[in-house]
Design a protein around this ligand. Sequence first.
Ligand SMILES: Nc1nc2c(c(=O)[nH]1)N[C@H]1C(S)=C(S)[C@@H](COP(=O)(O)O)O[C@H]1N2
Ligand SMILES: [Mo]
Length: 405
Amino acid sequence: MSVRLPEPLQRLTTDPDAPLRQGAYRSALRDERVAAILGAALGILFSICFVTGLYSHIQQNPVSWLPIRPRPAGLYRFTQGLHVAAGIASVPVLIAKLWVVWPRFVSFPVARRLSGLVERLGLFPLVAGGIFMTFSGVANIAQWYPWRFSFTASHYWMAWVTMGSIVAHGGAKWAIARRTLARPSRRPALADADPELGTSAEDEAGAGLTRRGLLTTVAAASGVLTLTTIGQTVRPLRRLGLLAPRDPATGPQGRPVNRGAVNAGVVDLAQSPFYRLEVSGRVARPLSLDLKDLRAMPAHDTVLPIACVEGWSFSAPWSGVRIRDLLEMAGAERDRTILIESLEPRGAYRTSTLNPDQAADRDTLLALDLDGETLALDHGYPCRLIAPNRPGVLQTKWVNRVVVL
Ligand SMILES: Nc1nc2c(c(=O)[nH]1)N[C@H]1C(S)=C(S)[C@@H](COP(=O)(O)O)O[C@H]1N2
Ligand SMILES: [Mo]
């Protein structure tokens, strides 16, 4: 499309001082090649975040046409670790990319052609979306909520806006980026950048940061940020976890906790001698079991991860009663969704559901023990759900009811 803007609008958007202003932002590093490389890196990192983020979304908001399978058991731990690592790695890349292309946002004229104006307006959701996604994600893993709106809803919907803009922008820039990257790299010509300085060839050779230097710095910053954060999941990197909000070895029973029994308001109920686990709903024989009954049932051992959406995780040995044994004992109808309820009086985490495949899995347990000891109160005593390939937020603690829907 090549529609000229009407004359008055052109004049309005044309700044007589344009060359001067642009000169103020001149740097030999602000070139198309650097912009293309950083753009490609951001495109890849954001795509990884988008795909793994969608997976996390359907884990937490199940859809009937794409049921979550219980295997591989460690899949969610991997995808969510990758989500957070790629998001963190993208922070320095995004900052560098914005720095490189900044003069274009403030340049005049805003646009001579309608297509240019459309492209320029399209930068708004791209830039705002990129900044919002990384900022809200990083704030969330640091458990800092400087806003009133729901993190999950806004992070999810803005992901579509951002990804849509990335696809549109990538499409618009594809040809030019390919051409730029296909050309052999040459030293950025500082003399071109600011002719008034009359830079000589000698100055050029020793002039500040090179293009490679800039890209290496950005890559190193990404690497360091990522390494110092994934210590919250990758145990050998634990001691590097300077920026990790969670240490995988600190907490009751040497395991981290997000929300403990006090904050959840379950201290008394969980320790009450009147505690019962009820199995109800579409069952032939509703059950009401106390702790002794649960201990008398066949115990099953497994090693499974708790993988928080925030990216931290730990794998541990659990022992307890299989959900499928409980369902069989109660004479539950087959192929039903199972609701798991907590003693917790309120809050988003007090229930979760299991689809029929998940409920039937041999490793889907109401765990009574962690690391061979009775579950600590903060880890969900008297019993908690633990199931393969599942976000931590759905591993419901302090369970007192299993309902066959
Ligand atoms: N009832 C209840 N279950 C819950 C939670 C909660 O707040 N209430 N937190 C969930 C979250 S977000 C995570 S990551 C895991 C953490 O398990 P842990 O505290 O044993 O490490 O428990 C999950 N189960
Ligand atoms: Mo979590």
